[in-house]
Each structure stands twice: as C-alpha cells, then as structure tokens.
Write a protein that binds this ligand. Structure first.
Ligand SMILES: Nc1nc2c(ncn2[C@@H]2O[C@H](COP(=O)(O)OP(=O)(O)OP(=O)(O)O)[C@@H](O)[C@H]2O)c(=O)[nH]1
Ligand SMILES: [Mg+2]
Length: 222
C-alpha cells in the first residue's frame, strides 16, 4: 500500500525481507547496500542486534527521481526471524507493497522455512494483505553450502505456487541478491503502475523502474 505525498510529489513503497531466523535477510540488505550504485541508495540502518540476530528491523532506502519530478523511494526492511519476535514481524509487514521471502537452502532448515512461510501467510492476513496478490519472490539462499537441497526438488515443490517464483542465491558471496531484488521489482511494477500510472503520468516505464532502482556498481558486479 504505497504512500503518495502530493505536495512533495513523493511516492514511498515498502518491501519486506521475511523468513526464518538466520536465513540471511540482513546479509541480503548489506550486500545490496554494497552492490548498488551509490546515487541510488541511502544509508543502511541496522537496528538493535544481539549476537548478529535482528531484534527489531534493518532498513535500506533506495530511490530515483523521474524527469517529470516524481521522487520515488523504496524502503527495504528486514524482519527479525526468531520465533518470539512475531509482533515485530507483523508490524514491519503492515502496509508492505512487496515481500522477498528468504528461505534457507540447507536440508535441515526445510521445516523452519515452512513454519516461517505459514507465519508470513498468517501475518499477511492479519494486516489485511492477500498473499496471492502481493508481489512476492522466494529466494533460496545459502546455495554455497554442501547440504543445500537440490534445485530440481525445490522447483518441483514450488511449482504449485506460481504466484511465488523462486530464485537462488548465496547472499554471503553477493550472488543472486540483485537478481532476486530485480525479480521482485518486475512483479511490483504492474501493481504500482496500475495505481499510480508510473508510465503515463511520470514517464517511468518498466525498464527504467527495474534498471534505475537496481543499477549495479560496476566495481562490485555480481
Ligand atoms: N554459507 C552462507 N552463510 C550465509 C549466507 N547468507 C547469510 N549467511 C550467514 O548466516 C548467518 C545469519 O545471517 P543473517 O543475515 O544475520 O540472517 P537473518 O535472516 O537476518 O537472521 P535474523 O535476524 O535472526 O532473522 C550469518 O552468519 C551469515 O553470514 C549464505 O548465502 N551462505
Ligand atoms: Mg537479521
């Protein structure tokens, strides 16, 4: 549920990185912060951590200004994955415009992925969002680990949920982080365009939206 501020001609969108504890949500945001062009991104806020576990949330702002003057801002949040922080997860999820679910590829973590995905579905319902209509991408992270579940098994398992396409990543190495974000942007664009006429009123076409928001720093390309 994007917020438009007419006086400033500013549109703010919220993207939430959701998933089980230690799946790599904070690492995704830190890598995006490193990889994206400096002029596209603001400062990364990493709030309240203990032993590297998120206690509240992290936030990375990314933006672009269109030639017609629209100030388009994306705010990327992570939730705390630990089970006990459910009320914080629900609060962060409220009014989200898109979700990137970070699953842990390790075989031992498949039950935790399923529990966290159920928790996402239940919290989306509580904050009044429909999981099948919300721009959503499922990233299987930690592909670098030997115990990662085989890709064909994952593809088969997720084939029944075409509204949640999967991507593969190793956030620790910076692989697949920008691709997952672009995949989400490509699902977010039609929703925002239909509500705010990005192309017609603000001259922001699909390619501009994806390319300019996810322009990668050449020195640190994936
Ligand atoms: N091997 C490997 N480790 C990873 C990867 N991504 C993250 N990690 C490690 O996993 C641990 C947890 O990563 P975080 O990004 O803090 O996880 P989180 O999802 O934010 O965890 P919570 O804040 O507790 O929900 C850290 O030690 C990371 O370095 C990856 O792709 N491969
Ligand atoms: Mg975290």
């Amino acid at each position: 549920m994007a917020n438009y501020y007419a006086i400033e001609n500013k549109l703010v969108l919220k993207i939430v990185y959701y998933g089980p504890a230690l799946s790599g949500k904070t690492t995704n945001l830190m890598q995006l912060h490193t990889l994206l062009m400096p002029q596209r991104k603001g400062e990364l806020m990493v709030l309240e951590t203990r032993d590297d576990r998120t206690l509240f949330f992290d936030m990375l702002p990314i933006g672009l200004r269109s030639e017609k003057g629209l100030d388009l801002r994306l705010k990327l949040y992570t939730v705390p994955g630990q089970v006990q922080h459910d009320s914080t997860r629900k609060a962060v999820l409220s009014r989200a415009d898109g979700v990137i679910f970070i699953a842990d590829s390790q075989l031992s973590q498949q039950d935790n992925n399923a529990i966290a995905f159920d928790n996402l579905a239940s919290n989306l319902q509580k904050v009044g969002l429909d999981i099948e209509n919300l721009p959503l991408v499922v990233q299987f992270n930690k592909r670098d680990l030997p115990s990662a579940v085989d890709e064909t098994i994952l593809q088969t398992r997720w084939a029944t949920t075409p509204w949640a396409p999967i991507t593969l990543a190793s956030a620790l190495k910076g692989h697949g982080v920008v691709k997952s974000f672009q995949q989400l942007l490509s699902r977010l664009y039609p929703a925002v365009d239909s509500e705010f006429s990005l192309a017609a009123n603000h001259a922001i076409g699909f390619q501009t939206f994806v390319d300019r928001l996810s322009a990668v720093n050449e020195a640190s390309d994936e």
